[in-house]
Design a binder for this molecule. Sequence first.
Ligand code: MTE
Ligand code: LUZ
Ligand code: MOS
Length: 769
Amino acid sequence: QAAGKPLPHESAALHVSGEATYTDDITELQGTLHCALGMSQKAHARVLDMNLDAVRAAPGVVAVLTAADIPGENNCGPVLHDDPLLADGLVQYLGQPLFAVVADSHDAARRAARLAQVQYEELPAILTPQEAKAQNAALLPPMRMRRGDADAALQRAPHRITGTFECNGQEQFYLEGQISYAVPKEADGIHVWCSTQHPSEMQMLVAHALGWHSHQVLVECRRMGGGFGGKESQSALPACIAALCATRLRRPVKLRLDRDDDFMITGKRHGFYYEYDLGYDDEGRIVGVRLDMTLRCGFSADLSEAVATRAVCHFDNAYFVPDIDVAALCGKTHTQSNTAFRGFGGPQGALMMEVLMDMIARRLGRDPLDVRRANFYGIGERNTTPYGQMVVDNVLHPLVAELEASSAYRERREAVRAFNRASPVLRKGLALTPVKFGISFNVPAFNQAGALVHVYRDGSVLVNHGGTEMGQGLNTKVAQMVAAEFGLGLGLGQVRATATDTSKIANTSATAASTGSDLNGKAGQDAARRIRRRLAKFAAERWGGTPDAVLFADGMVSVNGVTKPFAEVVDAAYWSQVQLWSEGFYATPGIRWDKATMTGKPFYYYAYGAAVSEVVVDTLTGEWKLLRADLLHDVGQSINPAIDVGQVEGGFVQGMGWLTTEELCWNDQGRLTTHAPSTYKIPAVSDCPADFRVKLFRNRNVKDTVHRSKAVGEPPLLLGFSVYNAIRDAVASVGGYRREPQLNAPATPEAILAAVMQLRMQEQDASHA
Ligand code: MTE
Ligand code: LUZ
Ligand code: MOS
């Protein structure tokens, strides 16, 4: 009964009443101290002297710790060991933590942290991906994926476009900032409550920082107030520093980053710089591409290698590219170390392709949808990706056809053209963009998960799994899958999910790559099935019939004409010494990846979707508004349509924010000048279109996923491209659709206005000539 129903999020009532407990809401133990970080004021410098006397003397200060006070490894980098907890002699970005202050209040700690007197010897800083590329400043070996002969294809292509493009990064802006609360336990143990997508990684990094074993560290997270990738690796800094201070002082220590500090210290989505060379034929079909991408990685590697890999594997998006040569450079910049953000490089790869699609269409004077269709992966032919995986589950043809009709795309294209002919100042734009997103961690081993299900004697069920809840509804979905096995619902006294806890499930993967419900749903189902099999065997022995014939439905267990409440059967089984709890495990089959050749089968399946957006742009001010958006997204057979629609809407709006209003600016000193909601603008409720039509595509995963569902967390973010492309379409109307707007992402009003003015000037020049 529970599977496939639009049930409310398990914590919905707690979220709206304010009762939901986040890390900062945990009742503080007596003697709790508060930590704040002192930050570098230079982007790249040697620290000549750090005078912390005034910090130590400040009111309320209990201790000040520096790199020298770290007993274990001074690192919180998840892959390479290049991410110091506290800078040790060298600073590599403005905002880098230099020391930790522990005081009796959060405010006292923050005030004291500003009193340090630091002398620097400044070093040259690299502040943009272009500079990193020019200086060949790379954090990792360059990456390259090739199929066929791109150069030969470009030579023979009837048409060619070359140029450069840029997209900026994006701050995760989780409503709950990074936070950890560390409490020392007996015999060198520590319990860390941490807002994290990756408790097992936090456990390991805390152990390394303390020079301890993993079994001494317990990390727990009931829920996050959003993660969006920002708490996949970078929850480690607060976790390790809080743990360090707590073990040193033998008192509970909380480290909560203030919003500004969170912006200044933690990494964001990678901004990209692209150089492209594209060949196409008269139909608009791509013949060959050469693409060179440079990532703004920041000062350390973090997850950038996997991000770059996903970017390279998503440049194709929905399209077959016969001859291709894509390179990616993990550029080192002296800025925050960029990290996971919803889509994990996929959006940056696919955005370039979607911009190119519109360029081809404009040059050929064809409708962009026709050009896109001509390039779609085929069914049966033209269906192998550049990395060698066959696209066997393509639903783009029917999906896009359905959206084209339901959104009245053709009629509205005509209407937009007619409107623009009659409107000198306000210009409308329309775009349909598709998405194909690969599901699985591109590090094959990470595709595993565990769960622990307890059935108590009263028939109530407690579910624990290795995934984390960040608002996306994972606990609800896993509880639904477990409830379904027992014929229960999610009501009171039935199935309840508990906090993620490293002492319950070991060696978990990050809740990331949208795989949370695929992996943990299967693991939870596995655990529940083991218990159910035991219950069925018991019931058949007690009441007759075969175990296979035992039915679990509507809170009852039936066999051989006997029907009993679930709780009664459970209690009877207990008295017959039946084990009523179980672990469960799942590993995605068949994932392969060869890093050297960049080929394999990195994805279990693909999720698809498409969106149509219509905007109106004021060409005198650059302001714009999204008038209507139609979204059609494939989640396979939905476990919970209410939650899935929420994910699709949220992803779309977050993608729109990235490409339009959210702008990260660093000044020439490397200081991030947009570090608070006053200067960094995420979309608000009022930015949602008044006419917002969101539908789930009727589908069933061809792969054996839990309930035949598909992952939904990240793919809809790419639907936001349609807003950006619609803005470009509106701007292009100023040049009679003959010229390409010079418009990078984000398309802020300033950038839109500049692009409009440039087109107007070009038009004037052309008419004078
Ligand atoms: N939805 C909410 N409400 N909050 C979040 O932080 N993170 C996104 C997505 N949806 C996020 C979210 C990201 S980056 C990922 S990878 C997935 O949720 C992770 O959860 P899942 O794998 O269970 O879908
Ligand atoms: N790969 C991926 C990863 O595709 N998505 C992720 O979130 C991720 N995280 C860590 C390592 N590889
Ligand atoms: Mo999501 S970026 O994979 O945490």
